[in-house]
Design a binder for this molecule. Structure first.
Ligand SMILES: C[C@](O)(CO)[C@H](O)COP(=O)(O)O
Length: 228
């Protein structure tokens, strides 16, 4: 299996969570959310380095947490950008391996198996995705367009790409001043095909809003019971 760089996005500042510390540092089961993800990554042999882009003011705290928990995979904390996209771009420039996995620190219920299935996709690009159980239409104050639910997917991280191709698509987007909310859309905009969708899990939630934290605590208790 090919060697991978791992980009762990940790750029939150806690605005949507309405707390004054970034959500990746909030505790879940007594540990920072970020640590739950790092513990899983650290057990995977083909992940050779972890790059964590984060706001300059939180680099020291991130490094301190990493030091306190002690991981064996080399971890590099770098300064992120103004946007999520810019943070991925900076991380891609410092990544060294052919394949790159992108994940968010605020998705702590990702499993080791989910990372392994991505790595098993070899050179193929892949993302996790979920069917949508609700209706999504285009518009804001007025409905402007219908969308066909069966043709939509809720994109979920982690994702994996060929590093050079993802870097190329980021460079094109920068030149054209285009901003995307995640990397499958950005990559697809330039390569048009070639991204496999793996079936995601309802448990792999993104902790964004205050209610997500409550859901995470319930899920965590269930997770602890399952682990015995
Ligand atoms: C990547 C993502 O989690 C897919 O659901 C989402 O687009 C990230 O959005 P954010 O605004 O960067 O939290």
């Amino acid at each position: 299996m090919g060697d991978c760089s791992f980009i762990l996005l940790s750029g939150g500042i806690g605005k949507r969570m309405q707390v004054n510390i970034p959500k990746q540092f909030l505790l879940l089961g007594g540990k920072p959310i970020l640590v739950h993800v790092l513990e899983k990554i650290d057990t995977i042999d083909s992940i050779k380095e972890i790059i964590i882009p984060s706001p300059k003011e939180f680099i020291e705290k991130t490094e301190e947490i990493i030091h306190n928990y002690g991981f064996s995979t080399p971890i590099f904390c770098i300064e992120g950008g103004e946007t999520r996209q810019e943070s991925v771009y900076h991380a891609l420039k410092s990544a060294r391996f052919d394949q790159v996995i992108v994940h968010e620190a605020v998705r702590p219920f990702v499993t080791k198996e989910e990372f392994s299935h991505l790595i098993e996709c070899g050179n193929e690009s892949a993302t996790y995705g979920l069917d949508i159980p609700f209706t999504v239409l285009e518009g804001k104050n007025f409905i402007e367009n219908n969308l066909v639910r069966d043709q939509l997917i809720n994109i979920q991280l982690p994702q994996k790409f060929n590093r050079k191709k993802l870097l190329y698509s980021h460079e094109c987007a920068r030149e054209e001043n285009l901003e995307f909310t995640e990397d499958a859309s950005l990559y697809f905009h330039y390569f048009k095909s070639d991204i496999k969708v793996l079936k995601g899990s309802d448990y792999n939630i993104k902790i964004t809003k205050p209610v997500d934290r409550k859901i995470a605590e319930v899920l965590y208790k269930e997770y602890i019971l399952m682990e015995g």
